[in-house]
Design a protein around this ligand. Structure first.
Ligand SMILES: [Zn+2]
Length: 305
């Protein structure tokens, strides 16, 4: 890789400052108590910047940031690198498109991790479009390679994973992109828990769920449901192989309704309803237009961040 593709490598102060800035956001949002959590950016073919161990993520200075190679050997920095960097490196090795990783313990998402409760799908439009199914990787004692390996079966088809009885990990093309996934997930989990206190969580019907996936495709986001013919429309689950054929079952929330997958023929009643709606609205229904512009606005504001 050339220098332009990787920036200034392990000496890039701007990237170190970005790690500190995301650390402050993680800490200020309450996603990492005391010294919890860790953050990394890949800066070369074999070089990664990461947060050190035993430091509060809210108060890091660029001088605190460490550098490691892809095997986890420390190559620069006055502080010792985080032991959980192996999780970050495993993700980067399996997914060459990933340039940054955020691991922390956001309380609402971690509540699902502790309960072993799968995250329901087909509940909120933005979550369907920006995130999709969030798998739940099995528990392993944090720090070692066997802990890092728990995410491997779930890495294709998602950028956000819940770590059972531990926390979350999210990743992406840059650090802000990786961080947003954590923020969206925790906000969603908070809403789910509040709605459950009110007593009810409504799922989208088949037409609504299909429209959101059409929109997601139009906006250029990928989703396992676009590739797996037997994948149920509302998830459950694209990661059945990752779970060894035994995905976790919902206990706290009612299971999502079962609809034919996105690549399958829509149910006849849904297809008929869609035709009626399309005829009435002369080819396009108003709520979809509103949703397109609402979500486009959100994409634009995220990009300008
Ligand atoms: Zn952790």
């Amino acid at each position: 890789m050339t220098e332009t593709q990787w920036g200034r490598g392990i000496h890039d102060r701007a990237l170190k400052e970005e790690i500190c800035e995301i650390g402050r956001r993680v800490y200020n949002k309450g996603f990492a108590a005391a010294n919890d959590g860790n953050i990394s950016i890949r800066v070369g073919e074999n070089e990664v910047l990461c947060s050190p161990t035993m430091i509060c993520k809210g108060f890091m200075e660029p001088e605190d940031i460490c550098a490691v190679d892809l095997d986890g050997n420390q190559i620069a920095g006055r502080r010792k690198r985080t032991s959980e960097v192996l999780l970050h490196l495993t993700i980067m090795k399996q997914r060459p498109d990933v340039r940054a990783v955020v691991h922390c313990h956001p309380p609402h998402a971690t509540a699902f991790a502790v309960a072993g409760e799968p995250i329901p799908q087909c509940v909120l439009p933005e979550v369907e479009v920006f995130m999709g199914e969030v798998p739940l990787a099995p528990y392993e004692t944090p720090g070692g390679q066997s802990f890092a390996d728990t995410v491997i079966p779930f890495l294709e088809g998602t950028n956000t994973i819940i770590l059972a009885s531990h926390g979350t990990v999210s990743f992406g093309k840059d650090l802000v992109d990786a961080y947003w996934k954590t923020e969206i997930l925790d906000a969603y989990c908070r809403i789910l828990l509040l709605a459950k206190q009110l007593g009810n969580v409504n799922y989208f019907d088949e037409r609504e769920a299909r429209e959101l996936l059409e929109l997601k495709q139009k906006l250029g986001f990928d989703d396992p449901r676009f590739h797996k013919p037997d994948c149920d429309l509302c998830g459950n689950t694209s990661f059945v192989e990752g779970y060894g054929g035994q995905p976790p079952t919902q206990k706290a929330f009612a299971p999502a309704p079962s609809f034919p997958g996105y690549l399958q023929q829509a149910s006849t009643s849904t297809a008929a309803a869609a035709t009626t709606a399309a005829t009435a609205a002369a080819g396009s229904s108003a709520p979809s237009e509103d949703l397109v512009s609402a979500i486009t606005d959100q994409v634009m504001s995220a990009l300008s961040e």
